[in-house]
Design a protein around this ligand. Structure first.
Ligand SMILES: [Fe+2]
Length: 267
């Protein structure tokens, strides 16, 4: 399996704290069936590209340490770019393996930024494909799941966190994750792994769940074929999406409950 979202390198952001933890995360990923992982540290604004040199150095060192420790995990590099109208996408870590095409973009959890549709339209016209990180955790999409459908219809792709389907961000997020999967709106599953305890780098169980519920072919697309194409910068022909069904009981969707859950779980 290929995991396209992780915070594996130590001391860069709120991910791994030291080399020992990074190695434990990598071992745990391999145990759960992951063979390749994309390292995607937060880039919160353009000034954070100053971290690029450190990320590149630690990326090389991590590869070496995995080899020395005999951990069979192949690494790739990108970033999790916090959406800004002026976000820069021409740095070495901006796109997957610097292929100039696919990039992972995160919205503020509270909602969908103003102007993002126009910005994505321009980017897509210019050959860039946004992969929206964990839309099932975004309050704007929780309130109005058809926004996810609109993004995909216009050429963006969506990455769900494995933990969302496991219910680790609460029932509201889990219900939305299921609704998005049913509507064929999820193209990738990522661990969004930050550490070796609360937010591990494991996606194996969710692979099994998706295979059981939606079949082997769907699981293969999300865990192998789409990630491989995103890494190679090749065209991804996503399945035709369906409009999203109403999500769930109203109580779970009350703004207060959702905000409380989102805030208590952190970003
Ligand atoms: Fe992340």
């Amino acid at each position: 399996m290929i995991d396209i979202h992780s915070h594996l390198l130590p001391g860069i952001d709120d991910g791994s704290e030291n080399w020992e933890e990074s190695l434990r995360m990598a071992r745990s990923a391999v145990q759960s069936g992951t063979t390749e992982v994309v390292i995607t540290h937060h880039i919160l604004d353009n000034t954070e590209y100053k971290l690029e040199a450190e990320i590149l150095n630690k990326y090389a060192e991590m590869k070496q340490r995995l080899e020395e420790a005999g951990v069979p995990l192949v690494l790739h590099l990108a970033a999790e770019i916090y959406y800004q109208p002026d976000m820069e996408l021409d740095h070495r870590i901006s796109t997957f393996n610097n292929n100039g095409r696919y990039f992972l973009v995160e919205f503020p959890m509270q909602g969908i930024p103003r102007g993002v549709d126009e910005k994505f339209f321009d980017l897509i016209l210019n050959g860039k494909t946004p992969i929206i990180a964990h839309p099932e955790r975004n309050f704007g999409i929780l309130k109005n799941p058809d926004r996810a459908y609109d993004f995909v219809q216009r050429g963006a792709l969506l990455q769900m966190n494995a933990a969302s389907l496991e219910g680790r961000y609460g029932e509201g997020v889990k219900a939305l994750a299921i609704a998005l999967l049913k509507s064929r709106l999820i193209h990738f599953i990522g661990s969004d792994g930050h550490n070796d305890h609360r937010r591990p780098m494991r996606i194996g169980q969710v692979y099994n769940t998706i295979r059981e519920l939606w079949g082997e072919r769907t699981a293969q697309l999300m865990f192998y074929e789409h990630p491989r194409k995103a890494l190679l910068g090749e065209e991804i022909k996503a399945p035709e999406p369906l409009p999203v069904e109403p999500v769930q009981k109203r109580s779970l969707l009350s703004p207060f409950n959702l905000l409380r859950k989102l805030v208590s779980k952190g970003a």
